[in-house]
Design a protein around this ligand. Sequence first.
Ligand SMILES: *Cc1c(COP(=O)(O)O)cnc(C)c1O
Length: 302
Amino acid sequence: MLQPLLPAIFADYPLEKVSLLRLDALDAHAPGNKRYKLSGYVEQARASNVQTLLSFGGAWSNHLHALAAVGAQQGLHTVGIVRCEAHEMDSPTLADARAWGMEIVPVGRTQYRQRHLPEYQAQLQARYAPCIVIPEGGASLPGARGCAAIADLVLNANHRARRVVVPVGTGTTLAGIVAALPPEYEVIGISALKGAADIERNVESLLEALLPSGQRARWQVMHEHHCGGFAKVNDDLKRFMQVFESGQNVALDPLYTAKMLLAVSNLRETGQWDEREPLIAIHTGGLQGRRGFSWLRNELAV
Ligand SMILES: *Cc1c(COP(=O)(O)O)cnc(C)c1O
């Protein structure tokens, strides 16, 4: 589960003593952090005898992909409200989701923008009743709570590293991990987005709800390692992925995990972090999304 990087890339990138927590290798169809973010909703569905889970995402969404896979595994019906253009209806992500039984409902931008509104969610709730509506990306308190199990994997690995690095979109995964690790740990989030000023506030409020007074890890989100913005890639990132994958038996996704590891390399190269300090980097999956990038060797993808 915890896999040290091989020396093959160390001359180009200072990534010695970095161990990957391979959430990407956990489950063939629903790997990565999204499965943890969904676990609370699956339990809730079981407990309340609800058969339908509904959520939102784009045509390449890791979240909808995982939801469809988990739904198929658990015998639950899933509905995806998908923001997409006509030509994206056949993305590999949506094709998998459909094959796993997800009902795909394409919507335009205007309707998609309503996804956070209680009235809109109530409408969907009524239309697919009885159903559980899951926020986009699983960004919610139950989503964060499910990620405590990722912290257990870190603790059970008995590794001497006390610094844990994780890629960040909304910060939900980070919050769940921070709440479940003791104070001697430090969790560093690498934001995949440009200028997402509300991440810290989101993490704070999740922590407040998860753990009003308890002890927890220290944490921080870094915002300078997005390589151009969400879902953007620059030449540094491409080169890094190519060198990395030629020397490791691990595939990365360009949106999150590659940016995280390049950030670690840059922070060490510039002396902000000690190169000799061991650390655990969490591979949060997302490999299904590689199929959207023609410059990647797709045989490495799922
Ligand atoms: C969604 C996602 C993240 C970000 O998770 P948050 O909980 O939103 O911060 C990180 N990595 C991968 C591969 C993802 O799909």
